[in-house]
Ligand binder design. Structure first.
Ligand code: C2E
Ligand code: SIN
Ligand code: SIN
Ligand code: SIN
Ligand code: FE
Ligand code: FE
Length: 329
């Protein structure tokens, strides 16, 4: 990209154009027009950083050109410096009404001209940067939205397959985010926890119906396949940079505090905090729900079971927090 700011000079007098050429061509990319119509056409074509516009020109004068610019969407924000013959109040008022940003009087003072141009091009560049940043941010938002739609699609596919666990993903997600918030997890990490919880059992898409929906106990061979679901999630999600942190829950939610979980037999705080919190919520929700292989358990019994699993399955400090949270309901 050309680093020089560009200036479009619209003036009917050749001597003025030549003078401005001499004064400015070192610092600016210059374009010239001899009349208003030509000036408007050139402005549309080159989209200059600023226009130097003579007020007094035959046919279409500078005021008309300026009004036309303000009424043209692509040019409406173009900074316009009007060049008036006299420093009179009347032409300044007319210029302001037509939408001019600044004024210079003939004969032009070269130092004043440079100073005004510098100020206006600097402001213009700043505004362009602000606009570019806003555009990038909005593109980023669109990307995040489409990621979220994709994730929701995957989760729906899983929940549809396993009718008994319908809305399980949504329920455990809501509860885990609430739990994390109560634990003081900062807001910027809650989004990763939300996505991780939604996706926690995504790896079950690799488990055949005959196993996933089996109405009885699993055989040893079937357990080998069922227990691959955290590893499946790790394999599928790890190429996606955006889901790096969200992966903690899908990958680690079946680890146990005492190191007897799967897939990596992590122990204690080796297990990410998000996955330790989620494990409690997952078991709570699983036991409170019907499964193809057993009926739901009443909540008081579920809470008693969770209490008993402190130090073996679950992080004991988190069990205490979870029970306090449920008691507060
Ligand atoms: P899930 O149904 O979402 O259960 C998640 C976790 O909740 C289980 O992880 C386990 O820790 C706990 N849980 C669920 N149901 C029970 C239960 O009846 N008793 C006890 N004590 N804990 C329970 P786990 O064991 O690693 O199981 C992972 C997944 O394997 C389960 O997800 C479920 O889809 C499947 N599964 C587990 N047991 C059976 C079974 O007997 N038959 C069938 N068909 N699938 C099973
Ligand atoms: C197991 O962990 O081997 C089975 C326990 C269950 O049914 O969840
Ligand atoms: C993960 O983010 O892949 C799990 C965290 C761990 O490696 O302990
Ligand atoms: C931690 O962030 O590792 C400590 C949280 C806990 O184990 O309760
Ligand atoms: Fe699971
Ligand atoms: Fe689950």
């Amino acid at each position: 990209m050309n680093n020089q700011a560009s200036v479009l000079i619209v003036d009917d007098e050749e001597v003025v154009r030549e003078t401005l050429d001499l004064l400015l061509s070192d610092q600016y990319q210059l374009y010239f027009a001899e009349n208003g119509v030509e000036g408007l056409a050139l402005a549309l074509k080159v989209q200059p950083d600023v226009m130097l516009l003579d007020a007094m020109m035959p046919r279409m004068n500078g005021f008309d050109v300026c009004r036309q610019i303000r009424a043209t969407p692509l040019l409406a924000e173009l900074p316009v410096i009007m060049i008036t013959a006299l420093d009179d109040r009347e032409s300044r008022l007319m210029g302001l009404r037509a939408g001019a940003d600044d004024f210079l009087t003939k004969p032009l003072d070269s130092l004043e001209l440079s100073a005004r141009l510098q100020t206006i091009t600097r402001l213009n560049r700043y505004r362009n940067l602000v606009e570019q940043r806003a555009q990038l941010e909005s593109a980023h938002q669109i990307l995040l939205t489409s990621y979220n739609r994709t994730i929701e699609g995957w989760v729906n596919a899983l929940d549809l397959r396993d009718k008994e666990t319908e809305n399980h993903s949504q329920r455990v997600t809501q509860m885990t985010v609430e739990f994390a918030r109560k634990m003081g997890v900062p807001d910027d990490q809650l989004e990763n926890i939300r996505m991780g919880a939604l996706l926690h059992d995504i790896g079950k898409l690799g488990v055949p119906d005959a196993i996933l929906l089996k109405p009885g106990k699993l055989t040893d061979e079937e357990w080998v396949i069922m227990r691959q679901h955290p590893e499946n999630a790790h394999k599928w999600l790890s190429p996606i940079e955006y889901l790096r942190t969200a992966m903690e829950i899908p990958y680690c939610h079946h680890e146990r505090w005492d190191g007897t979980g799967y897939p990596r037999h992590l122990q204690g705080t080796e297990i990410p905090l998000s996955a330790r919190m989620f494990a409690i919520v997952d078991v709570w929700d699983a036991l409170c729900s019907d499964r193809p292989y057993r009926a739901a358990m009443p909540e008081p019994e579920v809470l008693e079971y969770i209490q008993k699993q402190a130090n073996t399955h679950f992080d004991p400090a988190l069990v205490e927090m979870f029970l306090a949270m449920r008691a507060g309901k």
